[in-house]
Design a binder for this molecule. Sequence first.
Ligand code: TRP
Length: 440
Amino acid sequence: MQKDEFNTKIGAIAAAAGSAVGLGNIWRFPYVLGENGGAAFLLVYIGFTLLIAMPVLLTELSIGRMAGTSVIAAYKKLAPRRKWYLIGVGGVICAFFILSFYNIVSGWTLLYAYKSLVGDLQGLSEAEITASFEATSGNTLVCFGWMLAVIAITVFIIAHGVKKGIERYSIVLMPLLLVLIIVICVFSLSLDGAERGLEFMLRPDFSKLTPKAVFAALGQSFFSMSIGMGCMTTYGAYIKKKQNLSKSAISVALIDFFVSFTAGLMIFPCAFAFGINPGSGPGLVFVTLPNIFNQMVMGRVFSILFFALLVIAALTSSISLYEVLTSFFKDHFSISRKRASVFVALATIVTGALCAFSATAFNFFDNFTANVLMPLGALFILLFVPCCLGKEKIRAELEAHGKPMRWFGLYYFLVKFIIPALILLIFVNSIMSWLGINWL
Ligand code: TRP
């Protein structure tokens, strides 16, 4: 059978960007930035994106393209008779944990699209909007029900093989979402008191840069780019040899950053204008945006469109996570694709129920995956390069399109020494600060 490949450059980049851009940019980035003090966090986040996340993304894409298979098979093929395939196993566990809380947030988004449609959020005061979100997120049954709806939609898409269709639509719909964010941004910036939000996001106060904030910035940069758990390895397998991988990785990183940044510019001016605490946690987007929609001309239309498009952005990301799980169960237990996807759905319903029931479970899955599992996964993925592939093999893959890679020396130095050292340092530093030891 011929290997599925993306026929155009845009196809491969769009699919990888579709996985990267999701709730991580519009829901998670603003709330984590808000909890960690604003601009100083943003600077560190930018640094990590350039110095750490982008080279990791490039490495994952190259490993995937080199092997031409999905994640576990890739490590088995490239390093037979060794334990490196455990990277893939870690990725499977990570995907499962992410879906547990991701589906809940997708469910909230779907509910907010519905609420906007029926006009439930119209004319509410700031306090009522906040109370309405608290009632929603605190109600286990509501969270569970909307999560089930999201899982049903996802399984439908996967089981009916319309994933390609979704990807095709998302090439149009995701830019539309971005345009919408920019429009809301302009409106948000014109509100009274917006400048304080801008200042919060853009004027760094380094005293707020705690070890916890640095740790969170690292986790966010991994989460946002879907790296550290093998998801991007699968996409790499679909990229043609003649395509320049470095350019693809840079494009995905830029698109992903741009969406997060504009999402921040949309949220913070508005949050400050309405007196909402930027550190309000995972509900930030849901307690902030309905306030702007209530003031905008045609706000209800904007609100319906925004939440509906956000559901689609979430779906393209969660489908990429489902893929990791479904292909694992299919291959490992030799069962059909349909069976595997039903099995995955049932399993995520159970852990999702746990997140619907307990905010502690929700926060645990959210923080543990982004801050611990993904950086650790990335560490092993990077170690794989010098330990198993060697410099020339990875160089050959990166230069397979026929031109020398100008930055290869720098890339290899980062991958072999700097990034693993930085990840370890950040880990040790946050453990130290957690233990109350000030050593740096
Ligand atoms: N990056 C996606 C987002 O920002 C979430 C996501 C999809 C993901 N696939 C992933 C995160 C794989 C980590 C790993 O919403």
